[in-house]
Design a protein around this ligand. Structure first.
Ligand code: PMP
Length: 284
């Protein structure tokens, strides 16, 4: 049975417990990270820790565990659960306190939960076929730079996609694409420029985004970090998304419009390939 980590203990998943008063449960008062595992090693762990500290800091959540300790926990779970390829999920909440909108004043112990998911991510039939995405209005709160566990709207967006026979949903605010339901969104112009929305509180600073933009730069591709419209991407040469679980995933259809040739584009394929090579080489 899968072993999980909860507040200092490694336990079988059926024995792990958290309080009914946990603020993560009652208020979505918690943050998380999902790190890719390739060849039993963690991809860009340092980047995930940087973003975790940003999320915790923005929510005034002091947190005692060091990155070294968190790395030990991640590695221990990879070992115990025999994860060759997959994901490690880490969640930190403000902890348990009697229900009150105000944050508890004392140094409440945090709740820390870590678990693994064994998954084949590199060999992906979906990435080979290319994704069909729909667009939905971005109704999320305006602090999307904080990776909170408040994921109901993205979840609804994915359900809407599924009910329409699509694979994912891209969020749109004021006519411009912000990001995917759980990934960053890109298009490639007919001139070959890679375009993705600039960083702000409107999107999550994807760890994969950073790595893939570096790959694009090293391939000497032109890059523009700016908002783009649904119409622009519908008429683009290619589109794709990036995330720790989807790596680089080509998008071949947006709503009813075919993007490019309707098959995964060469730029997305090159970026996926280079991203994978580099991730395997730098994983720890
Ligand atoms: N945007 C959102 C809204 C996400 O949920 C995710 C995945 N956590 C991403 C972007 C991609 O981030 P990363 O590359 O760090 O997985």
């Amino acid at each position: 049975m899968r072993q999980v980590y909860v507040n200092g203990d490694y336990l079988p998943e059926t024995e792990a417990r958290i309080s009914v008063f946990d603020r993560g449960f009652l208020f979505a008062d918690g943050v998380y990270e999902v790190t890719l595992v390739l060849d039993r090693k963690l991809v860009d762990f340092a980047g995930h820790m940087r973003r975790l500290r940003h999320s915790l800091g923005e929510l005034d959540m002091a947190f005692a565990l060091t990155n070294e300790k968190l790395l030990d926990i991640h590695r221990e779970l990879i070992r115990r659960n025999d994860i060759e390829e997959g994901l490690v999920y880490l969640q930190v909440t403000r902890g348990a306190a009697d229900r009150d909108f105000l944050f508890p004043a004392d140094a409440t112990p945090r709740t820390v939960v870590v678990f693994t998911q064994k998954k084949s991510l590199v060999d992906s039939p979906l990435a080979e076929r290319g994704l069909h995405v729909i667009t939905v209005e971005d109704l999320r709160w305006r602090r999307c730079d904080i990776k909170t566990v408040q994921l109901l709207y993205p979840s609804m967006a994915k359900m809407e996609a599924k009910s329409r026979g699509a694979d994912d949903a891209w969020m749109v605010r004021d006519g411009f694409v912000t990001e995917g339901s759980s990934n960053n969104a890109y298009m490639v112009t007919l001139e070959g420029t890679v375009v993705t929305r600039d960083l702000s509180t409107d999107i999550l600073r994807g760890i994969t985004r950073e790595a893939v933009l570096q790959c694009a730069q090293d391939l000497q591709l032109r890059i523009e970090e700016r908002p783009f419209t649904v119409e622009e991407v519908e008429n683009a040469a290619e589109a794709f998304s990036t995330s720790s679980s989807g790596l680089v995933s080509p998008v071949v259809r947006i709503n009813e419009r075919v993007v490019g040739k309707g098959t995964p584009g060469p730029m997305a394929a090159r970026l996926r390939q280079l991203y994978l090579e580099r991730s395997r080489a730098s994983a720890i």
